[in-house]
Ligand binder design. Sequence first.
Ligand code: ADP
Ligand code: MG
Length: 352
Amino acid sequence: MTPPGATIGIVGGGQLGRMLAMAAARLGYRSHIFDPHDSPCAADVAACHTRAGFDDPAALERFGAAVDVATYEFENLPVEPLRLLGAKLKPGVKSLAIAQDRGEEKQFIEGSGARVAAWHAIASLDDVREAVARLGLPVVLKTRRYGYDGKGQAWIRSPGDAEAAWAAIGGEPAIAEAGIAFDAEFSVILARTADGAHACWDSPRNAHRDGILRRSTVPAGDIVAPQVEEARQAALGIAEALGHVGVLTVEFFASALGPVVNEIAPRVHNSGHWTIEGAETSQFEQHIRAICGLPLGATALTAREVAMDNLIGEEVADWPRLVAEPGLHLHLYGKGEARPGRKMGHTTRLAY
Ligand code: ADP
Ligand code: MG
């Protein structure tokens, strides 16, 4: 057990790290952010910031010596240097290595027995053409690595799109996935401890636009509800197979065949931000509890309905109106420049 008073290292300094550090502070922990940027938004709420590259072994070694437990808040990290953190790193490198490569991820999820979209590994334009012939249309190409918020993806809706789609993703190693005609998207967010205890929150229904999450709502409604139990079993199977410690998020399509796994995130997730006010224990506090070996907190809803909306890019300029709305919970990430597509904050509304 890592008791309150200890220092938690967080690799990555974005809004997820910021909200983790805030939850850690409430439980009496100090946070130490490791991030190459000058002034990452998580460092504003943390005790320490190491400014160094994610591939800097000497800096990681010093960081590892300075913290009692370490975690990561995004996937696009080189795995090898993180091995220097040894057993202090929770979740371990396996969860990271699988989640950061869409090919490995798909294979692993299939191996765990869960349903995924039909897919093919892609290394050339010929592979793209073959995948289209085998999978039928539409198909979505996704780079194996570094994709997020719909980046690194291109849709093929007619056979003539293949070349342009391959060019659009930069001709990088990729996967091709059959487009799923889903009725809704939802996620299972769960936490697992080292001794195998686990807890799930109510699943939110997630609405995306242009590949970016816009809104998560709980309860998820009649389309999703009948699929949640099977999805939870699938997500738990994945967590067990990874030996995952901490929060794990599994994104699903609710389809006519049942729940189809889209992707996993070995961390707290945007579709779980509503838990800060909408659940008895937030995903951020739960992650801290899990990696520190504390008992997991209760996950019941605190309201009848919860809705979380992202503030993306210039939408954040609306904060004066939002902060004046009675009962609305406004979260601003302190990120500075509101570039298009950048997640700047979110709002949560509860109905009792
Ligand atoms: P990211 O890492 O950017 O979140 P995702 O694989 O989750 O990448 O894709 C982003 C969004 O694109 C999904 O939430 C979904 O709305 C849409 N999408 C992705 N793959 C498919 C698919 N196979 N069929 C239909 N829609 C998809
Ligand atoms: Mg996604």
